[in-house]
Design a protein around this ligand. Structure first.
Ligand code: MN
Length: 480
């Protein structure tokens, strides 16, 4: 994916100024080489038809993940209206300036006309506001690391949003019976998020698993051995998980899907609940949701697409330690090893739920560090993304009889008020735990996708959150 850079100008200042604008724009773009995704200078726009044409090209180009605009000089905004109205890609208004300071001797009226983004970008900002278009704004000198980090945050969100728009989610079986929060309007989800959420028969998965060859299983076992420790006597159970993983991945690849859900209530013909299989698939970038939770599966896939080398997992809030003010997060089996502090072990243990054979799973402790817990819920008529700042800590107990991957964290603003906020917002017990995603990326992602965002951070109070949510009910009220 790449990003297109379009500089705004006009013919008013003459050919020499336009030549200088183009030259400077190329230097700025060259200075953005350290960003996670490449930026390509496209043109200095001077007319309505140029803008309309470049926007149409951006919309049509599958590799273009977004458009960055900057007005080096004044660029009258009426000539931008028709083009911007057609824009279907994420938009960043980069409010920068070629020079960092004002040169005392050099400055004259020609200099002022050339370096007037303080002036021209305000006209550009007005039209963005007037058109009520979702756009992100980053201000500051283009060489600044801090400024570039903000552009990087937006790039991640844009890539995540573009990924979302073509995401396919495979559901093996329905949602867990009677559970509310994992339900949702799949038509709305496709309209807003772009997700194609469809069901596939567990029996067909079993057929796919049974067709897996010994050689394919051997190859995956060799990969497991490279990444994880395990005991020789567990090999048969682990080989069964390998067959599950290969069978699931074949169906995902066939369908072009990057996320899947399953449920322990619908494993007909399968001997084990996929544990290691789902965990290793997540580490390869697939989104996952247990108990039919396709929304968390989709969100996990998006965050993984934004941070391919990152630390992101499907997660579940399980139990509390009030004394140490910590949440123990885990799942029956399925936690992604990308968040492991140390090399994970494969273990085979009894699972009290589901009535199947003892499943092989990866056991490890999550790493310490700041992270975010994300939850996407269907609040009725719209999707709400909840993002809570959390601090993960190394588990302080060995928990020898808990053979699952686990992590512990403290939510913001404080333990108890953090819990109150989460419950008030309606956040699910399933989350996406990400150590990578920043405040700005969460905000940019919600803005680009047009979904409600409820942020719970150090500044949130139960009162402020309740006010935000009531306000959102008004903002997002249906208008048809
Ligand atoms: Mn669960």
């Amino acid at each position: 994916m790449k990003f297109w850079f379009i500089t705004g100008s006009q013919f008013l200042y003459g050919e020499e100024t336009l030549r200088q604008v183009e030259e400077n724009s190329k230097i700025i773009v060259d200075g953005l080489k350290g960003l996670p995704f490449p930026v390509e200078y496209k043109l200095t726009a001077k007319t309505e038809s140029e803008i309309e044409k470049i926007v149409k090209e951006a919309n049509y180009d599958d590799e273009c993940a977004g458009v960055i605009t900057f007005c080096h000089t004044f660029s009258p905004s009426k000539m931008w209206i028709n083009g911007l109205a057609l824009l279907q890609k994420p938009w960043l208004h980069f409010h920068t300036q070629f020079n960092e300071t004002i040169p005392n001797e050099e400055i004259d009226m020609d200099y002022m006309n050339l370096h007037q983004s303080a002036h021209g970008d305000r006209e550009h900002g007005f039209i963005g506001a007037r058109l009520r278009m979702p756009r992100s704004v980053v201000a500051g000198h283009w060489k600044s690391a801090e400024v570039q980090a903000k552009i990087a945050d937006w790039q991640r969100a844009a890539v995540g949003a573009i990924f979302s728009k073509s995401l396919k989610i495979v559901r093996f079986g329905d949602n867990m019976r009677e559970v509310a929060v994992t339900e949702g309007d799949k038509v709305e989800a496709q309209l807003i998020m772009g997700w194609q959420v469809n069901t596939f028969a567990v029996g067909d998965l079993v057929e796919e698993m049974n067709a897996v060859t010994e050689a394919e299983t051997d190859a995956l076992m060799a990969e497991y051995a490279k990444l994880y420790d395990f005991k020789e006597e567990d090999t048969e159970a682990i080989r069964y998980q390998a067959r599950e993983e290969i069978g699931i991945e074949k169906i995902l690849k066939r369908e072009g899907a990057m996320a899947f859900s399953n449920t322990f209530q619908d494993l007909h013909g399968m001997k084990q609940l996929p544990g290691l299989a789902s965990q290793h698939l997540m580490s390869k970038g697939y989104g996952f949701g247990a108990e039919g939770d396709w929304k968390t599966a989709g969100l996990t896939a998006i965050v993984k697409a934004m941070y391919p080398e990152g630390n992101t997992s499907f997660m579940e809030d399980y139990t509390y330690d009030y004394q140490h003010e910590l949440i123990l997060g885990s799942h029956m089996l399925e936690v992604c090893p990308s968040i492991a502090a140390d090399r994970p072990r494969i273990e085979v243990h009894h699972l009290g739920i589901g009535g199947k054979e003892d499943p092989a799973r990866l056991v490890f402790e999550g790493k310490a560090g700041s992270a975010k817990a994300l939850s996407l819920i269907d609040i009725g008529g719209r999707l709400r993304l909840i993002a809570q700042d959390v601090t993960c800590e190394k588990p302080f107990q060995s928990m020898p009889n808990l053979p699952v991957a686990r992590t512990m964290w403290k939510p913001a603003p404080s333990f108890l008020e953090g819990l109150e906020c989460w419950i008030i917002a309606g956040g699910a017990h399933h989350t996406v735990l990400s150590y990578d995603i920043s405040d700005r990326t969460v905000q940019d992602l919600a803005r680009i996708l047009g979904i409600e965002l409820a942020v719970i951070n150090k500044d949130t109070t139960t009162l402020s959150l309740e006010r935000d949510l009531k306000m959102d009910d008004v903002i997002y009220a249906r208008h048809w």
